[in-house]
Each structure stands twice: as structure tokens, then as C-alpha cells.
Design a protein around this ligand. Sequence first.
Ligand SMILES: [Zn+2]
Length: 101
Amino acid sequence: MTDPAQPTTSEVPQAPKAKAKLKVSVLRCRDAACGALMPFEETDQGYLLGRVLELADVDGEVRYLPCPKCEGRLLLEEYEHAGKIRVRIRDFEPGNSPGTA
Ligand SMILES: [Zn+2]
């Protein structure tokens, strides 16, 4: 059997060097069981767009976004990303409101 040498094993580059394009999605409550949509946008890099800090609620030194559905708190923090100060969700505090479902 003569098999013609075919270059069939040409490796296709699976990861083209795509420029990091910012993907933005609507921020959702961090409670998986809630998942309420928040009036903010979150990039796929994890930081929030817009004047989040100005619109956030303040409790002492904590700034947070209240979830309108489960009344949990999306705690905010500032951090530096690519030389800019960004805001991201640091933690989630579930809202303890028994009886008001
Ligand atoms: Zn929620």
C-alpha cells in the first residue's frame, strides 16, 4: 500500500490571539437562588461599570448594592485594574428577612 503523504495533521490554532474585548453583562444578585437582575453592568473581568459607588448604599464604611428581591447585600470594594480604580463585588451578604418572601 502506498499512502501519499498528506499533511492532514496540520494543527489548527484553536486560540487566535483575540484582543481582550470587553464583555458586559447585567449584574445579577450573587445569591444563586435569587439571581435578581440589578440595574448595573458587570464586565467579564469582574468589575462594575458606571457610577456604582455613587449609587451604592452606605452602611458605616461599607458600600453595597441592595438586592431588591432577596434583600441581600452585594458588598463593594475598590481595587486597581490595569492602572484604573475599579469597583467589584467583594462579597455577598444574604438578607435575613424571614416572613417577607
Ligand atoms: Zn437577591
